[in-house]
Design a protein around this ligand. Structure first.
Ligand SMILES: [Zn+2]
Length: 451
């Protein structure tokens, strides 16, 4: 790899120049600004790097697909990324033009730098560097870059289901999010899922004078009683069968989590709290964060919220609840169990709305491609990554693990202060260069895997 890494270092300026052209091309998916132009530019960049590319239309923004098929008997890696970006507003908080990238203090500033253009670009250049130095790439590479991630990837699953042969691979790898706060590289093997519900309870057909409180039912009190049936003081969710499908953890997964550096005091100080929630499995912060499914009250609205006092019995109350799920809880099944719970406890009259769901995903830590990714990162960054069996957030990794049936490994290149979605989004030049090296090293390590 030494020779390839040297080549990559020597081409830093060209990489940055080409990346800047890519960054200057707007691709704001929320308002259809420049997205298809960006797809064309990306397809061009891939071609120049030795990847055959093709643009596929979807219902909204196109998918840019690419491949380099070299050996039928060799493994195939599928690289995912997204070329769309968040809107740049508010402009006045940017220190430089969001679409005129510039480097300050070792960071590239601009919209889409870390999320996700530089990170996917690093994979393309890693491939190119391998090809240019070795003459040929011994494994098969496929690339799927969508233009809709920032609007919730409405067509990613549809595209994957409709192109299973095209996307057939042995593992999916992508780079989004950021490395650990400490600057240590990391791999992320899973994301939580979600079932989001809204429940409304009604009382009288209008707000009623509170002198009638001894006689007219108050839906807010009823909601409080309902909510208290959902979760115990022990932190356990009390919905029948809620934990039935939670996948047992591997010892290696528990060990990996124990290795993640933790400063509980700093976390509490940052949030201005004196206590963290303890769950059924103990009080290890990362264990809870990664492995515990939740039933969280995201909002509660009802009755008089104005200034001063007003004496009423509110006629309705609404609560929004997000349940973050872990493998192999099924979001639809959890929704059904939630509704049954309401009926069982006498709230069958509650109005229930379902606001979307995401399937959880976790690639087992002992999957051979996880080892490959970890070794490649160690080569490129000069230190071993922290391995996160999952993170608290939810996302579309299940499209790879469930729909395509392959392991999915996230190898972030951006730093923790990337400001994604915010003004002054940035990507560290060092992370970008290490990303190119990681991508090249992945090809090398996969080519040496025993099948
Ligand atoms: Zn984003």
């Amino acid at each position: 790899m030494e020779k390839i890494f040297q080549y990559i270092d020597q081409h830093k300026k060209e990489y940055l120049d080409e990346l800047f052209t890519f960054l200057r091309q707007k691709s704001i998916s929320t308002r259809d600004e420049g997205v298809s132009e960006c797809a064309e530019l990306l397809a061009e960049i891939m071609k120049k790097s030795g990847i055959e590319s093709k643009i596929y239309a979807t219902d909204r923004h196109p998918v840019v697909y690419g491949e380099s098929i070299n050996d039928e008997n060799a493994p195939t890696i599928l690289v995912y990324g997204h070329y769309d970006v968040q809107p740049p507003e508010p402009f006045e908080l940017w220190e430089s033009d969001p679409f005129q990238p510039e480097i300050r203090d070792g960071k590239i500033f601009g919209r889409g730098t870390s999320d996700n253009k530089s990170q996917l670009f690093a994979h393309i250049k890693g491939f190119e560097a391998y090809l240019r130095t070795q003459g040929k790439v011994p494994i098969n590479m496929k690339y799927i870059f969508e233009g809709e991630e920032e609007i919730g990837s409405p067509n990613l699953e549809v595209f994957a289901d409709g192109h299973k042969d095209l996307l057939k691979s042995d593992a999916a790898i992508f780079s989004d999010s950021h490395v650990h706060e400490s600057g240590k590289p990391m791999t992320i093997l899973g994301l939580k899922g979600m079932t989001y519900v809204e429940i409304t309870l009604y009382g009288a057909n209008r707000d009623v004078h509170s002198m009638k409180a001894p006689t007219v039912p108050n839906p807010v009190w009823r909601m409080i009683e309902l909510l208290s049936t959902l979760k115990g003081e022990d932190g356990l969710v009390k919905i029948d069968g809620f934990y039935d499908d939670v996948r047992p953890l591997l010892d290696l997964e528990i060990e990996a989590v124990k290795k993640i550096p933790l400063d509980k005091e700093a976390i509490m100080k940052d949030l201005g709290i004196t206590k963290l929630v303890q769950n059924r499995t103990g009080d290890h912060y990362y264990y809870n964060l990664i492995f515990e499914p939740t039933c969280n009250i995201a909002g509660i609205f009802g009755g008089f919220t104005g200034e001063g006092s007003k004496t009423i019995i509110p006629n309705k109350v609404t609560v929004k609840i997000d349940m973050r799920l872990v493998p192999d809880q099924d979001p639809d099944d959890i929704y059904e169990k939630f509704k049954k719970h309401l009926i069982k406890h006498g709230y069958g009259d509650a109005e229930v709305k379902h606001h979307g769901m995401i399937t959880p995903s976790r690639t087992p830590i002992d999957n051979p491609y996880v080892a490959v990714a970890n070794e490649a990162i160690t080569d490129a960054w000069g230190e071993e990554p922290l391995v996160f069996p999952g993170i608290g957030g939810a996302g579309p990794n299940y499209v790879f693990t469930r729909n395509l049936g392959i392991p999915c490994i996230v190898v972030p290149f951006a730093s923790a202060d990337q400001n994604n979605h915010a003004p002054n989004e940035n990507m560290s030049v060092n992370g970008f260069m290490n990303g190119i090296k990681t991508a090249a090293s992945i090809i090398d390590k996969v080519s040496k895997m025993r099948r």
